[in-house]
Design a protein around this ligand. Structure first.
Ligand code: SME
Length: 160
């Protein structure tokens, strides 16, 4: 496994995802340990895009429990249907939130977070975890992030 990540500097967001996603696939293929893979995915996304916070919450005993992440400390448990993460779990669908203050019930782990995208990871129709990405800028995520992060979560699901 290569320890060096190639991140194109003169590239738009889609081109960055195109360069980074195959490297994530290479990193996680062949490694059976889920937590090791979630940790490396968080690290690659943080390094590649300098997101404010990126990490995973895993479904455990009827709650979402904090998993591997990169960024400031975060809330450890989220109930079904609560906040952006709990809503992604309940609906089984990506939540694209341009302004967290406008999302009813948003859970502010950090007051610096302004926009957010949460993508569920499903296996056989059941949400197993969510990928949560936060930005300290308003309106920082769009359909490009959604398409590529959903693709990534599908690859992750394939390893479960
Ligand atoms: N904002 C999330 C909580 C998790 S933190 O952003 C890391 C939510 O509303 O579910």
């Amino acid at each position: 496994m290569s320890e060096n990540l190639f991140i194109p500097t003169e590239a738009n967001k889609a081109e960055k995802y195109e360069a980074i996603l195959p490297q994530i696939e290479a990193l996680i293929s062949g490694e059976p340990d889920l937590y090791a893979n979630l940790a490396n995915i968080s690290a690659v996304l943080k390094q590649g895009f300098d997101f404010f916070w990126v990490g995973f919450y895993l479904v455990k005993e009827e709650q979402l429990v904090l998993g591997p992440f990169q960024g400031p400390i975060a809330c450890t448990r989220i109930a079904f249907g609560k906040g952006v993460c709990g809503t992604a779990w309940k609906e089984g669908k990506t939540q694209l939130v341009p302004d967290v203050d406008a999302f009813p019930g948003h859970i502010a782990c950090s007051s610096a977070s302004r926009s957010e995208i949460v993508v569920p990871v499903l296996k056989k129709g059941e949400v197993k975890m969510v990928l949560d990405v936060d930005s300290d800028q308003l309106n920082d995520f769009d359909e490009v992030d959604q398409a590529y992060l959903e693709q990534l979560c599908q690859k992750l699901s394939d390893t479960l």
